[in-house]
Design a binder for this molecule. Structure first.
Ligand code: CA
Length: 237
């Protein structure tokens, strides 16, 4: 992503008025915007237009936003996905993160908030890791290795699919081996948000996913350790 290329954002939202508001706000900030009214259109546009990020409403007329998210991740699509959820959809929020969404935005939201969340995700996904890849291409901890230039993770000789957020979280942990990290430190470093209330679940869900993907026994983690009253630490061996 350079300043010469406009970032491409896919809005998935069946309510025309809501979609138009988002479209107008993103367009006036210089983004190139695509609009899908249904889940099927969202899948088709993701494959044809390769958006850099996806704003994904959960309640859609055909397949749900959760299914769209699940399918894209199952197909190896790694662009940031921001779920749009209503305040009373607590279950959906957590489920969305578990299915591979990077973040969620609770309705009613301000357009300013949406723009800043989208920018944060784009910056995190395409800017900072690429820049940091120069100094050290590979991090290796026993049977786990991170390739920072390819954004790939190998565990026991096998390539493991991580979302961009999972990769950044792992990278952050791996850069602080053995050091207890609080959830708010993790939120600031990985998501780029001020550590106000309400994001602890986001961290916990992502840590659970890392354990599922990279621990032999996710219920008895040896690598991603809970530090009671603080957060987590990465145990290198
Ligand atoms: Ca809707």
């Amino acid at each position: 992503m350079t300043t010469l290329t406009r970032s491409r954002i896919l809005i998935v939202e069946d309510e025309r008025a809501v979609a138009r508001g988002l479209e107008y706000a993103l367009d006036s900030e210089g983004f190139e915007v695509f609009w899908a009214k249904t889940g099927q259109e969202a899948l088709a546009l993701t494959y044809s237009e390769h958006p850099d990020a996806i704003l994904l409403d959960i309640r859609l007329p055909d397949i749900s936003g959760l299914d769209v998210c699940r399918r894209l991740r199952a197909d190896g699509k790694r662009q940031p996905i921001l779920m749009l959820t209503a305040r009373d959809e607590e279950v959906d929020k957590v489920l969305g993160l578990e299915l591979g969404a990077d973040d969620y935005i609770v309705k009613p939201y301000s357009l300013r908030e949406v723009i800043s969340r989208v920018r944060a995700q784009l910056r995190r996904a395409y800017g900072e890791l690429a820049a940091s890849a120069d100094d050290n291409q590979q991090l290796r901890f026993g049977d786990l290795s991170l390739d920072l230039s390819r954004l790939e993770v190998e565990h026991k000789g096998r390539l493991v699919e991580l979302t961009p957020t999972e990769f950044r979280l792992l990278h952050y942990l791996a850069r602080h081996p053995g050091q207890p990290l609080s959830r708010s430190q993790m939120i600031e470093a990985v998501w780029g948000y001020d550590s106000d209330l309400g994001y602890d679940r986001t961290v916990d869900v992502h840590m659970r996913r890392l354990r599922q993907k990279l621990e032999d026994d996710p219920a008895n983690p040896r690598r991603f350790i809970t530090v009671r009253g603080i957060g987590y630490k990465f145990q290198p061996e």
